[in-house]
Design a protein around this ligand. Structure first.
Ligand code: NAP
Length: 303
C-alpha cells in the first residue's frame, strides 16, 4: 500500500514527492518517460527564485536526488487508469500491474504539440526534432529552422547558434510570447533570420529532412528554406484522457481544479502543467506540488 501515488516525475510530481516524504508519508512517482519532464530539455533556466542560472537537466537531477534521498521512489511505468477500490485508489499501468494508494496526485505535465504535417512523424529523428538540447549537436555547421514564438523557440534558436551555420525562426505572428530578454538576445545574433507571419506548410525530403516550406499568412506566398533540421517548439498539450472517470477536464483537456489542487474525486489531486491555470512555469509547478502533497497528506490523516 502506497500513501500517495504520484502520476508523473516532472517538477510538480517530484516537488509533491518531497513534501509527502517530509510529512512522514510514502510517495511513489510513476513515470512513463524520464524524470524531470519537459524541463529536462531546456538549455537554461534563469527565472527560478534562488537559482541564478542552471540547466533543465541539472535542475531535474537535483529534484530527483532530493526526493529519492528523502525516501521517495520512482517506478518507470505508464499509468493508464485510476480506479476506486473502497476508500483507496488503484493505479493500473501499461505493464499490466496494479498499485493501491490511499491518495493520488495527477502530475502528468504536457507533451509537445505536433504540427500535424505529412512526413512529420516519418522524419522525426531524421531532421525533425522537438528537443534542441538533445539533438542540436547533430546539426553542426548546418542550416536549421526553429518553429514557434515562445520561450522554448527563442531559447532553442539561441542554443542552436552554438552549432549551426544559420538558424531560421518561423513564427505565425510578428509578436512573441517569449520574454523580451530572450527576444533581444535572439535579435543580436547575426546568424538568426526571422520568417514572421508564416506557418510551416510542408516538409521536404525522403530519407532525411531537406527543406521546410513556409507560407506567409498575409501574402499567401510560399518560401522553400533548405534545412537539415526542424525544431518544433510550438507549445504543449495535456494528456489526461485516461483520467476522465475521476477528474473533469476543461475544453483544452487540462484537469479542472482551482488553487486547492482538488479534483472532483475525494483523495485525487492534480498538480502542475496538467491543471487548468493561467501561468505554467517551474515555480507554479513546484507550488502546486507542495499544495497537492499537503492536501493529500491531510486527506489520509482525516480519512
Ligand atoms: P508557448 O509559450 O505556449 O508558445 C508556443 C508558441 O508556438 C507560440 O508562439 C504560439 O504562437 C506557437 N504555436 C502554437 N501552436 C502553433 C501551431 N499549431 N502552429 C504554429 N505555431 C504555433 O510554449 P513554450 O515556448 O514551449 O513555453 C511553454 C511554457 O514554458 C511558457 O510558460 C514558457 O514561458 C515556459 N518556458 C520557460 C523557459 C524558461 O524559463 N527558461 C523556457 C522554455 C519555456 P502564438 O504566440 O501565435 O500563439
Amino acid at each position: 500500500m502506497i500513501d500517495v501515488g504520484i502520476i508523473g516525475a516532472g517538477p510538480a510530481g517530484l516537488s509533491a514527492a518531497i513534501y509527502v516524504q517530509r510529512a512522514g508519508k510514502k510517495a511513489v512517482c510513476f513515470e512513463a518517460l524520464t524524470v524531470g519532464g519537459q524541463i529536462v530539455n531546456t538549455p537554461e533556466i534563469a527565472n527560478y527564485p534562488g537559482i541564478k542560472k542552471t540547466s533543465g537537466f541539472e535542475f531535474s537531477m537535483g529534484l530527483y536526488e532530493q526526493a529519492t534521498e528523502l525516501g521517495a521512489e520512482v517506478v518507470y511505468e505508464k499509468v493508464v487508469a485510476i480506479e476506486q477500490k473502497n476508500d483507496n485508489k488503484v493505479l493500473r499501468t501499461e505493464a499490466g500491474k496494479e498499485y493501491e494508494c490511499h491518495a493520488v496526485i495527477i502530475a502528468t505535465g504536457a507533451k509537445n504539440r505536433h504540427l500535424g504535417l505529412d512526413k512529420e512523424e516519418e522524419l522525426t529523428g531524421k531532421g525533425v526534432s522537438y528537443c534542441a538540447t538533445c539533438d542540436g549537436a547533430f546539426f553542426k555547421g548546418k542550416d536549421v529552422v526553429v518553429n514557434g514564438g515562445g520561450n522554448t523557440a527563442l531559447e532553442d534558436a539561441l542554443f542552436l547558434t552554438n552549432y549551426c551555420n544559420k538558424v531560421y525562426i518561423i513564427h505565425r505572428r510578428d509578436a512573441f510570447r517569449g520574454e523580451p530578454q530572450n527576444l533581444e538576445a535572439v535579435k543580436n545574433k547575426d546568424n538568426i533570420e526571422f520568417v514572421l507571419n508564416s506557418t510551416v506548410v510542408e516538409l521536404k525530403g525522403d530519407t532525411a529532412l531537406e527543406a521546410v516550406v513556409a507560407k506567409d499568412k498575409n501574402t499567401g506566398e510560399t518560401r522553400e528554406i533548405p534545412a537539415s533540421g526542424l525544431f518544433i517548439a510550438i507549445g504543449q498539450e495535456p494528456d489526461n484522457n485516461a483520467f476522465i472517470n475521476v477528474a473533469d477536464l476543461d475544453k483544452a483537456g487540462y484537469v479542472s481544479a482551482d488553487e486547492s489542487c482538488k479534483t472532483k474525486t475525494e483523495g485525487i489531486f492534480v498538480a502542475g502543467d496538467c491543471r487548468t491555470k493561467a501561468v505554467r512555469q517551474l515555480t507554479t509547478a513546484a507550488s502546486d506540488g507542495a499544495v497537492a502533497a499537503l492536501a493529500a497528506c491531510s486527506y489520509i490523516d482525516i480519512a
